[in-house]
Design a protein around this ligand. Structure first.
Ligand code: PLA
Length: 421
């Protein structure tokens, strides 16, 4: 008995002390998704999660869109739908509809068959596949990303063999666009460089160029023969209109030049966890598009083989059915409008309290986020004292606000600004 007990002890301690992974260091939490981890550990009844950009209803609950429920019910009822592997590039009809959604069905590049679209694992996966393709097949392996940008851009591109450089984008003094800085930096970026552009609702700043500024950006990028790579994660979320939010992408596609677009259905269809998105290449000729597609398959096959079916079938159903599509636009506008209402409620609450500082950017900024201008110390204070969770850069997800918690947030901001400046 004693002997076997001893053996067990030895085994246990051996397991504790020696591991081939002994040298593995504890990694840091993700700056965005880690906020949710911390939020989940907090038991305070008034806690608020304004970290990740995930839509919440006025009741503070996640939302499954009605059109998604209807599409899913139809898919489940359809006995001809099976669980076979999809092709490497995903569901063909989904790909076609996705390109039409972002580029417009009458886009010359689509009509001339100069595009190729592959279904990917949401926006992130689309960017990742695009990065690897650029690393393998494009002569310039430098991408210029806005400063600041969605943090994951910095990590995705180097993994594809593409090094990241920054262009000026945000001016903290005006809490608006540093247009001159952006133009100067793109002007001095090398010819052929890839330029990452947020299609709309820039994350984290909520600051987009005006249509006139977009036009100047387009001309500059084309004159420098740079390659635009659009990240479209919020189509419909900025203005409430799918077409209006796609205008910058469409103007680039309309000039006949080449480009890439990564699309996500996480936010606009609320399909966060289904991981459904698309990567589109607009090419110079149908022949090139075909060869690009053949190489995209070689990138995807050893990475994850082929994409999941369910989410793509939902998108396919919504985009191909007139009624579902129409109802989607109404639901989408509802989400965008609720966020805009929250912008006004927060702004009014701060004004009423006489909170020091200028807060008009809360109503001016666009899309899911407000880049508040609160510093790290103030963010830590708000989390500790008010159980409000947000990213350390002072970004708040407006979609997490509702009539009940907006005053709590205003109180927290007021306290942070008056006590921690
Ligand atoms: N691109 C941008 C600009 C994003 O903001 C996000 C998501 C993605 C791509 C990727 O989204 P997807 O892979 O889920 O389609 N940004 C979130 C979530 C909403 C995140 O960080 O993953 C954010 O809170 O910033």
């Amino acid at each position: 008995m004693m002997a076997s007990h001893q053996v067990t002890m030895e085994k246990t301690s051996a397991r504790k002390e020696s591991s081939v992974w002994q040298g593995v260091e504890q990694g840091p939490e993700d700056p965005i998704l880690g906020v949710t981890v911390a939020f989940n550990k907090d038991n305070h009844p008034d806690k608020v999660n304004l970290g990740v950009g995930a839509y919440r209803t006025e009741e503070g609950k996640p939302l499954v869109l009605d059109v998604v429920r209807r599409a899913e019910a139809a898919i489940v009822a359809d006995r001809s739908v099976n669980k076979e592997y999809l092709p490497i590039i995903g569901l063909a009809s989904f790909c076609k509809l996705s390109a039409q959604l972002i580029l417009g069905a009458d886009c010359p590049a689509i009509v001339e068959k100069r595009t190729t679209t592959v279904q990917c694992l949401s926006g992130t996966g689309s960017l990742r596949v695009g990065a690897e393709f650029i690393g393998k097949h494009y002569h310039q392996t430098i991408i210029y990303i806005p400063d600041p940008t969605w943090g994951n851009h910095n990590k995705i591109f180097p993994l594809g063999g593409v090094s990241v450089r920054k262009y000026r984008y945000y001016d903290p003094a005006t809490r608006g666009l540093d247009f001159q800085g952006m133009m100067e930096d793109l002007h001095s970026a090398p010819s052929g460089a890839v330029v990452l552009l947020h299609a709309c609702a820039h994350n984290p700043t909520g600051v987009d160029p005006t249509p006139e500024q977009w036009e100047q950006i387009r001309r500059l990028i084309r004159s420098k023969k740079q390659l635009p790579f659009f990240d479209s994660a919020y189509q419909g979320f900025a203005s409430g209109s799918l077409d209006r939010d796609a205008a910058p992408v469409r103007s680039f596609a309309g000039d006949g030049g080449e480009m890439l677009i990564a699309q996500s259905y996480a936010k606009n269809l609320g399909l966060y966890g289904e991981r459904v998105g698309a990567l589109t290449f607009v090419c110079g000729s149908p022949d090139v598009a075909k060869r690009v597609e053949s190489q995209l398959k070689l990138v995807i096959r050893p990475m994850y083989s082929n994409p999941p079916g369910h989410g793509a079938r939902i998108v396919e159903a919504v985009l191909s059915d007139k009624q579902l599509f129409q109802d989607w636009t109404v639901e989408l506008k509802g989400m965008a409008d609720r966020i805009i209402t929250m912008r006004h409620k927060l702004f009014d609450a701060l004004k009423q309290k006489g909170t020091p500082g200028r807060w008009s950017h809360i109503v001016k900024q666009i899309g899911m986020f407000t880049f508040t201008g609160l510093n790290k110390d103030q963010v830590v204070f708000m989390t500790k004292e008010y159980h409000i969770y947000m990213t350390a850069d002072g970004r708040i997800s407006m979609a997490g606000l509702n009539s009940k918690n907006v005053h709590h947030l205003a109180e927290a901001i007021h306290a942070a600004v008056t006590r921690r400046s």
